[in-house]
Design a protein. Structure first.
Length: 237
């Protein structure tokens, strides 16, 4: 028996309440390959999960390698932030961006520089870091359809000693600020949201988008700790 073109399309979907349903087609009811098809789909999903995890770790490693963080306390916060955000809801939106962090002790807490660069520039950077190996399209620096993407540099000019939550809140705030104010960042976020979430996000102002994204990424407590340290986020705008 020849396999149908739809073979492997069965999916088990887990909703927010933990209930598992099988996504199938009407013709699946009379299909003799149903069990094998579902088993095959599970195997493909597991393999993809391993590949995704490897991609995440490669991205995190590259960000840490190219960033310049001199404070051990801040470096620990950055590493935990990256691991948490890439495993959070819509965290994969960061896959299409090259985020770098630069610590420059000054009076202001933080700011962002956006530098449009060409894919060939990324190849050059990647070659230096990875020993002249061509950049993988699945890693950070994934090329945009228009042939360019933005290198986002988060300048961290100050932090809160002995307050891990506030420091992670500071980092998460700047990243959320980026995806709430930059047109390309907003477009990427919307691609990861449901229809109702997209409608809600579009109607928010920039300030509410930042808080919503941080909570969606799992940094609600960190935002509160950050706000407590600075008095209010408004003072940084």
């Amino acid at each position: 028996m020849e396999r149908k073109e739809c073979y492997g399309s069965l999916q088990e979907i887990t909703d927010k309440n933990g209930f598992i349903t099988t996504e199938s087609r009407p013709e699946c009811r009379d299909c003799e390959e149903l069990r094998d098809c579902l088993r095959f789909s599970k195997q493909v999903a597991e393999e993809k999960g391993k590949e995704d995890e490897l991609t995440k770790q490669n991205i995190i490693t590259q960000i840490i390698d190219l960033s310049q963080i001199t404070s051990n306390e801040l470096g620990e916060c950055l590493l935990e932030f990256l691991n948490r955000i890439y495993n959070s809801p819509i965290g994969t939106v960061l896959f299409k961006n090259l985020l770098l962090f630069l610590e420059i002790p000054q009076g202001k807490l933080s700011s962002i520089i956006t530098v449009p660069i060409s894919p060939s520039t990324v190849d050059l950077i990647h070659d230096e870091v990875r020993g002249n190996r061509a950049i993988d399209q699945t890693e950070t620096g994934k090329k945009r359809a228009d042939g360019e993407f933005s290198l986002q540099i988060v300048l961290i000019q100050g932090y809160f000693p002995h307050n891990k939550k506030a420091n992670m809140g500071l980092i998460a705030y700047e990243v959320a600020h980026l995806f709430s104010s930059d047109n390309n960042g907003i477009r990427q976020v919307l691609q990861k949201l449901t229809h109702s979430e997209s409608y809600l996000f579009k109607r928010m102002d920039e300030k509410h988008r930042i808080g919503w994204l941080m909570e969606k990424w799992g940094f609600r407590d960190e935002l509160e700790a950050f706000q407590n340290e600075v008095g209010s986020v408004k003072g940084l705008e």
